[in-house]
Design a protein around this ligand. Sequence first.
Ligand code: FAD
Length: 403
Amino acid sequence: MPTHDVIIVGGGHNGLTCAAYLARAGAKVLVLERRHVLGGACTTEEVWPGCKVSTAAYVNSLLRPQVIRELELKKYGFEMLPRNPSSFTPFPDGRSLLLGPDAKLTYEEISKFSAKDAEALPKYEAMLLRVAEFIEPLLDETPPDPFAGRIGDLWKLAKIGWQFRKLGKDAAKAVEILTGAARPILDRWFESEQLKVTLATDAIIGAFASPSMPGTAYVLFHHVMGECDGARGVWGYVRGGMGGISKALADSARAHGAEIQTNAPVARLIVRDGHVGGVVLEDGTQLFAPMVASNADANVTFLKLTDPKELPADFVSAIKTIDYNSASLKINVHVSELPTTTPSTASRRGPPSSNARSRPSWTIRSPRRGRTSSRCSCSTPRTSCGPARGTTAATRSPTAASR
Ligand SMILES: Cc1cc2nc3c(=O)[nH]c(=O)nc-3n(C[C@H](O)[C@H](O)[C@H](O)COP(=O)(O)OP(=O)(O)OC[C@H]3O[C@@H](n4cnc5c(N)ncnc54)[C@H](O)[C@@H]3O)c2cc1C
């Protein structure tokens, strides 16, 4: 007998968002999370006694404003803290580049390396924002299926085409941004290596790619999308760490009746006659519902939790072609004081120096596969323990990757 309308496998922030919307729509929802904490990669954990860190994701911008509004996340404690400054890049010659939302400061900082680049940056950002205004609304749309033959899909496609035409002379730039490499774009706009390497970090973050590879321009670009408390393209920290998002989502879902269980790993989906009917937990408990949504990735959902024999062969082979190679790792470091590397001891591979509160990031080389983009959150007791107050500077080395 079904006990719920929908079972959701996984309590990552997407599973919790799904739960909150379904619960608000009146569905009886059960979320099953295998870990002891909610949030998946969007979580805050007490890694050291009394010290909480965002163990994976650490900055936010792309949580859509309508999700914040519709799920009343502020009522459930969600709060953004804008990043100011947003990045600090130290160089081996002792110079550094500080960037942030303060236009005057940014202008002066870039002028240290190139007056031309200081003039060019606002124009470059304005161009990206024009393209973002076209792309961003698409994030909230179900993609049209041009092969479905449905009038609604064709209408949607026509609307997208019309919006694209409105980009005018920016249309070619939009195509390059969506499909091209970051490096030629940065080379065209700027002359100083210091600014280019700082901006290029946004192009390779989490991507198994160098800035010269097609596709990296989009990674660069997606950092100007989103907003922080109404400020467009600004990334921010979340009070209480990224788990603050997941907690607000979970509380919003619970307030509308959703049940959320942790330490509840799902071993497999129950599928009969081509229809899902529930799940079996690793301890053998069976739970029934006519609908199951999975927050686990497609590989886990369709090849591990489901018997692939229950699925169409072409669908299974399509799932098998998804490339899960990743170049991402993150190290959380708790230090007694901020790094104070001086130019004479700094090296391109060592931690960058900072006299500000900092979250350094630097690139390391993976022994087997070449370049690895690494995120290293380095926090002092002042910045990471207790309730998060104020902002923290993101620090990038010349070859760093930091979002
Ligand atoms: C190191 C790192 C840093 C990042 N930094 C940022 C950042 O700063 N900003 C940003 O916007 N994005 C960042 N990202 C990306 C972002 O965190 C992820 O895209 C996002 O968290 C994915 O959310 P999700 O809910 O879809 O999946 P996940 O977070 O992966 O959640 C899936 C959940 O399902 C659970 N689950 C899986 N299998 C089962 C099972 N069998 N039974 C029960 N539960 C199961 C998992 O435990 C997990 O809780 C980062 C990612 C990483 C890895």
